[in-house]
Design a protein around this ligand. Structure first.
Ligand code: MRU
Length: 349
């Protein structure tokens, strides 16, 4: 299984996703500042993975702290949380993970834990959060495998795989589980301009697993569907609003509109940590705009002439009405999502 992120000798090690597929190199993080930089610069990316990374980043600094008392530790702790929360705005998993660490820390403080005990609590919580993310991906796969026909051509966008999660993947978890269940699955991976998560990362993961993979440019998805070559679309999500509107990688909305036009079911696979019931609909989801250089350059090659303006939103919002189902670790939510999402988040299956 892919080593997206892990502990090694008291440090956090992550595969450098900017270098894939040509180089398999690892980045070591010794401090929360290192982790924050890794998230901001896309060494690690994907909503659940950056939540896991943030929790580990918090644990790194708490573990290294020389605080002489719990009040000092608390000041440092909240400063670290703020640093990590300022890295990327759209994926709610990041904020969810930080809030979870804060709850554990505050709980420890309330019952008068010592500095060493608080450090152990935070350490254990970061490990637990990572383990749960992997278990959630497996469960998403189990629930989602049923939406994949026995012989299926599945289109996916961006990378919602092992690299975007603790391991195994959400959308790619559904595909992996379908393959493990004996289904014959062929995947079309949108290249996903401008960062090419589909071409570089999804294809890399699936090929390593021996899954039939064809990369297409984003603009080819319409022709592919029109030719009747896609049976189902499965994508991940960065934030799902209370009404079921889904923020995911830029271009996802286009895929959803095409799927609707061609009668192809469009599914979203995501853990509950991606659902944000405090945001009523997609209009309230902050959309990150990234550096124009991601579009204007490919490595050292200039693609866009000086003087041309560039718009580079990293995500878009797909209205709930385009979504056939949201596959979570507790089962598949169906429309009306305002009810099914609340139900599943309340702990009802
Ligand atoms: O900018 P990125 O690469 O972090 O965007 C990632 C995506 O949009 C994924 O599809 C999403 O986070 C789901 S990952 C399981």
């Amino acid at each position: 299984m892919l080593p997206t992120i892990d502990w090694d000798d008291g440090e956090v090690v992550m595969i450098d996703q900017r270098k894939l597929p040509s180089k398999e190199v690892y980045v070591r993080c010794r401090t929360a500042k290192d982790v924050a930089r890794a998230i901001r610069t896309m060494v690690i990316r994907g909503a659940p993975a950056i939540g896991v990374a943030a929790a580990m980043g918090v644990a790194l600094d708490v573990r290294r702290s020389r605080a002489t008392g719990t009040t000092q530790l608390a000041t440092e702790f909240y400063r670290t949380c703020d640093l990590l929360a300022a890295t990327r705005p759209t994926a709610v998993n990041l904020f969810w993970a930080i809030e979870r660490m804060k709850r554990v820390f505050a709980g420890g403080m309330r019952v008068g834990r010592s500095t060493a005990e608080l450090q152990a609590l935070i350490d254990a919580e970061a490990v637990r959060l990572h383990d749960e993310d992997v278990a959630n991906c497996r469960a998403i796969g189990r629930h989602g495998a049923g939406v994949v026909p026995a012989e299926a051509r599945v289109l996916t966008h961006c990378n919602a795989g092992a690299l975007a999660t603790g391991r195994y993947g959400s959308a790619l978890g559904v595909i992996r589980a379908a393959v493990e269940a004996g289904k014959r699955v062929a995947v079309y991976a949108d290249e996903t301009r401008p960062f090419l998560q589909g071409a570089r990362l999804t294809a890399w993961e699936l090929v390593r697993d021996g899954i039939d993979t064809t990369v297409i440019t984003d603009g080819m998805a319409g022709s592919l569907m029109r030719a009747g070559m896609v049976d189902v679309v499965v994508v991940g999500a960065d934030r799902i609003a209370a009404n079921g509107d889904v923020a995911n990688k830029i271009g996802t909305y286009t895929v959803a509109v095409l799927a609707r036009e061609h009668g192809v079911p469009f599914y979203v696979a995501a853990p509950l940590s991606t659902i944000d019931l405090s945001t009523p609909d997609g209009s309230g989801i902050p959309i990150e705009e990234r550096d124009a250089k991601e579009m204007t350059y490919m490595g050292a090659s200039q693609l866009v002439p000086e003087g041309a303006a560039v718009w580079n939103p990293a995500f878009d919002v797909t209205p709930a009405s385009f979504v056939a189902g949201i596959i979570t670790e507790r089962g598949i939510c169906r429309p009306p999502f305002a009810e099914s999402l609340k139900h599943v988040c309340d702990g009802n299956q």
